[in-house]
Structure formats: structure tokens, C-alpha cells
Ligand binder design. Structure first.
Ligand SMILES: [Cu+2]
Length: 818
């Protein structure tokens, strides 16, 4: 789906948010019956939300805890999201430019130009570092703006760089080409005529309404028709495949597991509907190039009818509890509590966080959700707190399907188009995150700006400490025992990723006292399925229900990690355990053993890497010019931490992703870090994957990786061949993936030795009687807890808040103007 359609969809999502949180929505332009609420009602909806006394703006469940530590930010957050006032002023500035010829988004039709999104531009790294490290001034702030240019026969998305902010006489809006490896600021879009193409497809379905009634049990208008993006093929024609999906029953938004297997091809080249054409029907692994061909097959005696799933029977797809009760299961399960005050501090003005030996800033955008910046680690007794990661965040998520049918085979989602920020959901206390009672978790709101509306996700990010449930350290002998708790600090957000799949992903950045930082993604939700054909489906997944294929697919989520070890000049070490035959001076014959083979990745030609087979190797970002006391290079090691041995896309040179998916080819990439290469992907690449604005392959052009400013991109993900256990929803136990970065010859010892949360016992080897318990200064547990206060009242879960920014009201940029 292109930008406009995507944003209309987002508006619909926002407008309906109170009714259907996290509701899955078709990814591609859909034909909805009954039609969705017109998006222009958003303003009224938003006003109602703001005005309603029944809709609390502050979630009382997560009210600020008493006694939470505060901290002043050492520096201004130069990565901060645009404020609503900044975004509004940018919108107004562009509206004043007659050349851009904008229509207010709320009034824009398919032949109008309108603003799609306004986001912060992260400042140049050199300027940021000069400021953060003490010698420079605050870098100027800029916005990047996506504009849907549709008042033309060949619509496109244009990107502008606007600033400096605040808007002044020196501010300009220029095409934003500098981040494009293709030196372009625009990309074609083929979704401007969303309504007309939908009507056209419905018209074709009407022509075989008797067949649809017979095969699917209801007229075509009873189904939602959605499928692939309209995209140009190699001949230059623009085609789209749509499938009829059954409406789910009850409260369960389960449409992605209710495919009918009836698919329609249209040729919608150009903007003149009179020149569009019907391309064929697909049903039960057979293609019919004309209505007549389909009709004649349907009339024939041998016409095969595969089994159909039952969309009206919620028993197989409802998410409510079913079946016999488990033993003791009505009793409340264990909860985490914070016995005293929080042990971390958040400056909410600057989104600055300190926990243990770590500190960092948070930022948030529509396209990529929240990111961490200037992650510092260390304590003064060994190493001063120093920057170890300049930037860490998600760039793109791909879900690549395969199947015998055209829709599944043509589907590869690039989810930044939907926006990880726009699809972020408020965390559900006591479920997504621990509650704030007893000073436990802290929740942060997050705001993004799209379609001239600023939307605030309430409680979008939660920060909390938790006992990992296993020790950091333990050693015992016959006279003593030492043990250290493993307390970790988590920054978590929740997003819907993949509108069609409607998976809910949680993104965690987990900090450990030993200096490790783990990035973890977990997924749950309704899968996207395919109809099970009489023959052929067995090669693309499992038959998981009557008439239903689990539709195999890969998830690959691409994260950027800009590591800086003792400065920006670093090298990438590849230390591999290799089998060896060695004859030693003391051995009489060659011995079969192993050795450590030490290599440095010299340049970007070698920068596309996969995790070492069998875990027999180490990838380390190190500063080889600053050896430690023993001559080793201080660094941080990176490796998979959970979910298997890493993930890249099984499909190579995808026919769907074309030039827009090269970041999926390997587990890990190392390149020279550049301000002109801020993201591996681009949220508008999906409009025309053959001609992307950002082509990741262009980042790899033989440049040196030795003592340079290096950036890593690593992939998390999973192969997903859904089985019956994915019904009704995929479970997070196995649908998770993680990568950890951890100190490697960086400190002189294990950093976790600094925690007070440890003990050492001394006891008699003979009697076992404990003679001494060392507690190392940890405060003892005292007092009591009001457990009833832990009981959540989830009715005060707070929905998004929407603020329209245009027409602009200079007197109050934060308010909706009637
Ligand atoms: Cu999946």
C-alpha cells in the first residue's frame, strides 16, 4: 500500500481506536463492506475524545509513584521527537509555499497534494558529539516531511528537509536527497486512486455474483477484498491481486485467518478507470483468465470445491479461555513488586534515563518508533562512564510470504511504511509491563505527527527493573557460597507489526549489570493464512484447520546499532575457533585440537556477515588503537542471545522486495557510519521496490572498516511455519528473537561485582553450620505490601490522543481548532 492509503488507514485506526485496540487491518487497499468510517470524521472523533469526561487523559492505573527518583539531564536531548508545536509550524510553513500547492490533509482527495508525515531529523553525529561531550553548541533542529503529490497523472511521494527550527526567515524547505543512496527525494506511488480501484474490483466481482454466492456462501459484497499492493510489473503495467476475506464473528478481529481462496486480478495502469481491465480469477490452484473461463469451469462436472473454513464459528478462533480449568489456576500468580523506591531515574522533559552503570536518551518517530541514543556505560572505579552506543533502534521489519496463490506469493511487507511509531500501542499495565504501584514501572507517552494530526500514545514506553529469575553469579565450595542476583532493566514498547498479519510485537532493550545490552523482539497475534487448495498447498505450510493453510513466512527485523568504543574509530574483529592439528614440543605426535584464528574485517566488501556456525566464533567491535594493560583491544562482542542462531530471509533476491530488501540477506552487516545513511530502509520504498529511495546495497562500496566510525545492522526474526498451535494466536514463548552486545576485554573485570545485591555465606565443612552471612550493604526488606493495590482496573486503559495541527492556530498549537 502506498503512503496515502496507508495514512488513511492509520486515520481510520486512530478514529476507531477506542473500539478496537490493535485491530488488524488489511495491509493493501481494501474494499470494505460496509464502508469504513470516513476518515474526515477524525476531527470530530478526536474532539469527542478530548471533551469526554469519561475518557481520562491520565491513566490512573499508572499514576506517578510517590518518591520516584528524579535526575537532571546532563545535556539537552538533541535527538528528541518533534513537539506538536514544531510539527504544526512545519505544516504551516509548507502550506505557505505555493509551489508545493498543498491541500489540508483532512480535505484532500485523490487529485490533491497533502502532507503525510512530519518527523525529526537526527542531527549530524559530529555536531551531536561536540555538544554532548562538552565543546559544541546545540545542533540545529530539522524536520523531514513526506508529501503525497497527487495533482498529477503520475503521483509520487516527495520528501522535504525543513528547518532550521523553530521556523524563521532563515528556514527553508528543500528536497531531501541527502539520505538517498539514489540521490532522489521522491518515489512513485500507485495507490492514489484507492476508492476508484476498489470500486472497479467490486464491479468485476459483481459480474460473477452467482458463482461467488455458490462457492463462498454469500455475495461478494459480504467479503472484504484485499491483497497485494498495486505495483508495476516488468512490462510497465500496474496490477493488483485481491482476495475475498470473510468477516469474523463476535469481538475477534480474526479476518487474516479467514481467507476464501478466491482471488481477483486487476490491471489498474494509469489514472483513467476507463482504461483499467480485468486480469483473471484464481481459485483452488487454477487460474482463469476470463470471467467466461471461470464460469465454464464452475459449470463443469469436475469442478473441485476445497473445504471451507467456518467464519461464523468463533470456537476455533476466539481468544477467550476455553476448556477445563487448570489446577489452582484461579489463584493469583506471582507478581513482581518494588519493595522500596525505584532504583532508576527518568527525566521526562528530556527523555533521559539513568539505571545502574547506564544512561541514555530516548527518541520517537512515526517511521521507526522509539530509539536509544548516547548509551553510556561505566563507573568511576574502573572506567569513567563512556559512550558505547551512539544509536540503537529498529529500521525495518519484513514479513515475506510464499504460497501457491498470487496474494501470498506476492506478499512481502515492509512495515516501516505503516510506521512502528504510528502503530505503537499503549502498554497494558500488569500484562505488557509491570504496574507502577509500589514505584515499580515508569511509563512514557510518545507522540508522532502524520496527516497533519499529532497523535499521542499514552503509556507507549515502559521502563522497569526485574529479577531475571536466574543468578548473575554463583560459586560454592564445602566451606562457603557466593551468589549475586541478576537484576535487569528493560525499556519496552508494543506495536502492531504487519497490518495483515496483525502480529503484536514487543520490543525490549534489556540492560544488564555486567554491561550487556540485549535487543529482543517477541510476536503474538493472528497469523495471516491462505486457503488450502486441493493440491499444491502442502509445499507452503501445514493444513491447520478446515480449508486453511498456515502460510509459511519469514520475519526479519533489522536494527541499527552504532557502536563507539573509546571514540568513534573502531575495527571489527572476527575471532574464530578452528579445528587444528598441532605438534607441540612436549607431544610426541600431532594432536587434534583447536585454535583461535584472529582476523579483522578489512572493508565493506567483507561487511555482510552471518553468525559463526556452531557458535564457534566471536564478532567484536573494538578499538585496536587503545589496547588495555595486557595488550588486548577493548571492545563489545555481538551475538544472538535467543530464538536460535539468527535469521536472514530464506528467500534470496526476492521477486517482491526487488532492490528494497537487501538488508535481509545476512545476519549482520558492518559498514562505515555516515550521516547520509541513517536508515537501512525507507518507509516509502514499498511504493516502488524496484526503484527505492534507499538501496541498502549502495552502503557497501569497499570502504575501509579499520579504525573507522562503524555501524552495525543486525537482523532478528524467525521462520514462521504456523501449525495448529498458532490458532487462535501465535504464542511468544517461541516467537522471539534476540541479539546481545556485551563487554569484551573492555573492563578489567566483571562489572556486576559492583552491585550490592549479593551475598556470601561461610559455613563449616563438617557440620554445615553457617557462621557468617555477608550482605554487602543491601537494605533489608521491611514493612508490608498492600497486595490489593496491585489489582489492575483495566477500564482506565488510555487510548491515543489526537490533535489536528492544520489549520494552524498560532495561539495554541496544541489544541484542535474547530
Ligand atoms: Cu509470523
Amino acid at each position: 500500500m502506498g503512503s496515502l492509503a496507508a495514512f488513511l488507514l492509520l486515520l481510520l485506526l486512530v478514529g476507531n481506536f477506542q473500539l478496537s485496540l490493535a485491530a488488524p487491518r488489511p495491509r493493501a487497499p481494501s474494499i470494505q463492506h460496509p464502508p469504513r468510517t470516513p476518515f474526515r470524521l477524525l476531527v470530530a472523533n478526536a474532539s469527542a475524545v478530548n471533551a469526554s469526561p469519561n475518557t481520562p487523559r491520565v491513566n490512573v492505573l499508572v499514576a506517578e509513584p510517590a518518591g520516584a527518583p528524579t535526575v537532571s539531564s546532563p545535556k539537552q536531548n538533541v535527538f528528541a521527537a518533534l513537539t506538536t508545536a514544531e510539527a504544526a509550524s512545519v505544516v504551516q510553513f509548507l502550506h505557505q509555499d505555493a509551489n508545493i500547492n498543498l491541500t489540508a490533509t483532512a480535505n484532500a482527495g485523490p487529485w490533491d497534494n497533502s502532507i503525510a508525515s512530519v518527523q525529526t531529523v537526527y542531527p549530524n553525529k559530529a555536531l551531536s558529539i561536540d555538544y554532548l561531550d562538552g565543546s559544541g553548541v546545540v545542533p540545529p533542529r530539522y524536520a523531514r516531511v513526506s508529501v503525497n503529490v497527487q495533482a498529477t497523472e503520475e503521483p509520487y511521494v516527495e520528501h522535504y528537509l525543513v528547518g532550521p527550527l523553530p521556523i524563521s526567515n532563515s528556514s527553508t524547505a528543500v528536497p531531501y536527497t541527502s539520505i538517498s543512496s539514489q540521490n532522489t527525494s521522491r518515489i512513485r506511488m500507485y495507490t492514489s486512486d484507492f476508492d476508484a480501484t476498489s470500486s472497479y474490483a467490486m464491479g468485476q466481482a459483481e459480474l460473477i455474483s452467482d458463482i461467488i454466492q455458490d462457492l463462498l456462501g454469500a455475495p461478494g459484497a459480504n467479503f472484504d477484498w484485499w491483497g497485494t499492493e498495486p505495483l508495476p510489473d516488468s512490462t510497465g503495467r500496474v496490477t493488483q491481486w485481491l482476495e475475498a476475506w470473510a468477516p469474523p464473528s463476535g469481538p475477534f478481529d480474526a479476518q487474516t485467518i479467514l481467507p476464501t481462496g478466491l482471488q481477483l486480478k486487476t490491471d489498474i495502469t494509469g489514472r483513467d478507470p476507463s482504461k483499467w481491465s480485468f486480469g483473471g480469477w484464481w481459485f483452488n490452484n487454477l487460474f482463469y483468465p476470463s470471467h467466461d473461463a471461470f464460469r465454464s469451469a464452475w459449470n463443469s462436472s469436475g469442478f473441485a470445491r476445497p473445504p471451507r473454513m467456518n467464519a461464523s464459528d468463533t470456537a476455533w478462533y476466539g481468544t477467550d479461555r476455553v476448556g477445563e480449568q487448570l489446577p489452582f489456576d484461579t489463584i493469583p500468580p506471582p507478581r513482581s513488586v518494588q519493595p522500596k523506591s525505584q532504583r532508576f531515574a527518568v527525566n521526562k522533559e528530556q527523555n533521559y534515563v539513568e539505571w545502574g552503570p547506564f544512561s541514555f536518551f530516548l527518541s520517537f518517530t512515526r517511521d521507526t518508533g522509539f530509539r536509544l541514543f548516547d548509551i553510556r556505560f561505566g563507573t568511576s572505579d574502573d572506567s569513567e562512564k563512556k559512550r558505547i552506543i551512539y544509536e540503537l533502534g529498529l529500521d525495518e521489519a519484513v514479513a515475506h510470504y510464499a504460497g501457491i496463490d498470487p496474494v501470498q506469493s506476492s506478499t512481502a511487507y515492509l512495515d516501516s511504511m505503516y510506521g512502528f511509531g504510528s502503530m505503537t500501542l499503549g502498554a497494558l499495565p500488569d500484562y505488557d509491563c509491570p504496574r507502577r504501584v509500589f514505584s515499580y514501572a515508569t511509563f512514557l507517552d510518545a507522540t508522532y505527527h502524520a496527516n497533519e494530526v499529532s497523535t499521542t500514545h499514552t503509556n507507549a514506553i515502559c521502563l522497569f527493573e526485574a529479577d531475571t529469575g536466574y543468578l548473575m553469579q554463583r560459586h560454592s565450595s564445602d566451606t562457603g557460597l557466593s551468589a549475586t542476583k541478576n537484576i535487569a532493566f528493560t525499556v519496552r514498547s508494543v506495536s502492531t507489526i504487519g497490518n495483515c498479519e496483525s502480529l503484536i510485537d514487543t520490543f525490549d532493550y534489556v540492560f544488564y549489570l555486567d554491561g550487556s545490552i540485549e535487543t529482543v523482539v517477541r510476536a503474538s497475534g493472528y497469523i495471516q493464512t491462505a486457503a488450502w487448495a486441493t493440491t499444491g498447498s502442502e509445499s507452503y505450510g501445514y493444513n491447520i484447520h478446515s480449508g486453511l493453510s498456515g502460510s509459511m513466512h519469514d520475519h526479519v527485523l533489522t536494527f541499527k546499532c552504532d557502536v563507539d568504543i573509546l571514540g568513534t574509530a573502531n575495527s571489527f574483529l572476527k575471532h574464530t575457533l578452528v579445528p587444528a592439528q598441532v605438534t607441540y614440543p612436549w607431544s610426541t605426535e600431532a594432536r587434534s585440537t583447536m585454535q583461535l584464528q584472529k582476523e579483522t574485517v578489512a572493508n565493506e566488501d567483507q561487511g555482510k556477515l552471518n553468525w559463526p556456525d556452531n557458535g564457534s566464533g566471536m564478532f567484536v567491535v573494538a578499538n585496536v588503537e587503545k589496547p588495555n594493560a595486557f595488550g588486548e583491544s577493548p571492545g563489545f562482542l555481538i551475538k544472538p542471545s535467543r530464538g536460535g542462531a539468527g535469521k536472514y530471509l530464506t528467500v534470496q533476491n526476492s521477486s517482491n522486495l526487488k532492490e528494497a530488501g537487501h538488508f535481509t540477506s545476512n545476519h549482520l552487516f558492518v559498514a562505515q557510519r555516515k550521516d547520509t545513511e541513517p536508515f537501512a530502509s525507507h518507509s516509502d520504498n514499498v511504493n516502488d521496490p524496484g526503484n527505492p529511495i534507499v538501496n541498502f546495497n549502495d552502503f557497501f562500496n569497499s570502504e575501509s572498516l579499520e579504525q573507522q566510525d562503524l555501524v552495525l545492522w543486525f537482523n532478528l526474526g524467525m521462520s514462521h511455519v504456523p501449525h495448529q498451535g498458532d490458532l487462535p494466536n501465535t504464542v511468544m514463548t517461541t516467537a522471539q528473537s534476540g541479539v546481545v552486545i556485551t563487554p569484551h576485554n573492555y573492563l578489567s573485570n566483571d562489572a556486576s561485582r559492583r552491585t550490592n545485591q549479593m551475598t556470601r555465606l561461610t559455613f563449616s565443612a563438617d557440620t554445615g553450620i553457617v557462621s557468617d552471612v555477608a550482605s554487602f550493604g543491601a537494605v533489608a526488606l521491611t514493612g508490608s505490601l498492600n497486595l490489593a493495590a496491585l489489582q489492575p482496573n483495566l477500564t482506565s486503559y488510555a487510548p491515543d490522543t489526537n490533535v489536528r495541527k492544520f489549520p494552524f492556530n498560532p495561539a495554541d498549537a496544541t489544541r484542535i481548532r474547530a
